[in-house]
Design a protein around this ligand. Sequence first.
Ligand SMILES: NC(=O)C1=CN([C@@H]2O[C@H](COP(=O)(O)OP(=O)(O)OC[C@H]3O[C@@H](n4cnc5c(N)ncnc54)[C@H](O)[C@@H]3O)[C@@H](O)[C@H]2O)C=CC1
Ligand SMILES: CC(C)CC(=O)C(=O)O
Ligand SMILES: [Mg+2]
Length: 350
Amino acid sequence: MTTIAILAGDGIGPEVTAQARRVLEALDLDLTFEDALVGGAAYFAAGHPLPPETLDVAKRADAILFGAVGDPRCDALERRFRPEQAILGLRAALGLFANLRPATLFPGLEDASALRPEVAREIDMVILRELNGDVYFGEKGFRTAANGTREGYDVMSYNEAEVRRIAVVGFEMAKRRKNKLCSVDKANVLETSQLWRDVVVELSADYPEVALTHMYVDNAAMQLVRNPGQFDVIVTGNLFGDILSDQASMCAGSIGMLPSASLSAWSGANGLYEPIHGSAPDIAGQGKANPCAAILSAAMLLRHSLNQEEAALKIEAAVSAALVAGARTPDLGGTMTTSEMGDAVLAALV
Ligand SMILES: NC(=O)C1=CN([C@@H]2O[C@H](COP(=O)(O)OP(=O)(O)OC[C@H]3O[C@@H](n4cnc5c(N)ncnc54)[C@H](O)[C@@H]3O)[C@@H](O)[C@H]2O)C=CC1
Ligand SMILES: CC(C)CC(=O)C(=O)O
Ligand SMILES: [Mg+2]
């Protein structure tokens, strides 16, 4: 029996996850679903954003379908109780260090992209984001300087083992795609990035067939808009990958289109699958959320955790066909509700 943990979370998380679940159910794959509270929903019900029962459900499952966490009512809580700590806690507890964020322009979405159609049409990349280190997991706090002013600090660091393991995934992924890897850092300023670059260069000796380039993150942000077609696999740290993937999403039409897989190894037993977006409190409860990123995350789940490539391709083809037929939520310039978009994908599932 294959069990999928459903951690729908807050805001639009439950709305989009419900559509992804419908699609998985329609495939008749003999999956069992186990729901658990996470994020603000868990905090209000159980006093903690990642209760031990939820972590148990996640650990026991063959894979995790995650929605999003974040609730404005929690923004003033002590940090350890904030909803966002749940997703950081899951990534750490499950050792999910490799975050695959594919950005592709689906046919017909040229008009939704923030870029000119001829530029947008070339987008087909994977942003590989390190997920267990960097400034998100370093020492942090508030302190008072000698002159009495308040300071906040968050320590950025990577050790060489952390860089090497994500770089290995980057090179391996590049080998399976176009033998092109772009490592994005800020080595002109940050020692963390200098170590990152040194380790990536050392490792490149093992991958002579892969053309490795390096780019500073500020330039990468600019190049993503100028000429996104130049990128195939980008490997980068936690913070830079977070920011660049949101940017890439609008180049590809909408943040509601980009799925992700978070893995602890190249092929991911109990991986976590989630759209790259957050809980979108501004549109929550209104049926406006685009469920495609969540549905495409379910496809990645089938591919990476359940070894069901054929079923994954079916879902991706159904999303593509629905879009070609004109299915559009408001973020894509249409009027469909979240569940109508789910209906359109289901109708295209063959
Ligand atoms: N992995 C996670 O659970 C993440 C959680 N968050 C949390 O989510 C909350 C909101 O954060 P924001 O910065 O506003 O980012 P967000 O990604 O939730 O929303 C940014 C903008 O994109 C729109 N948007 C997002 N997903 C959409 C979809 N599927 N369809 C249509 N429009 C969509 C929203 O309406 C909003 O205008 C915060 O509490 C944040 O910490 C943010 C990112 C990731
Ligand atoms: C909410 C954060 C913890 C992370 C984030 O923005 C993301 O993973 O995309
Ligand atoms: Mg983000």
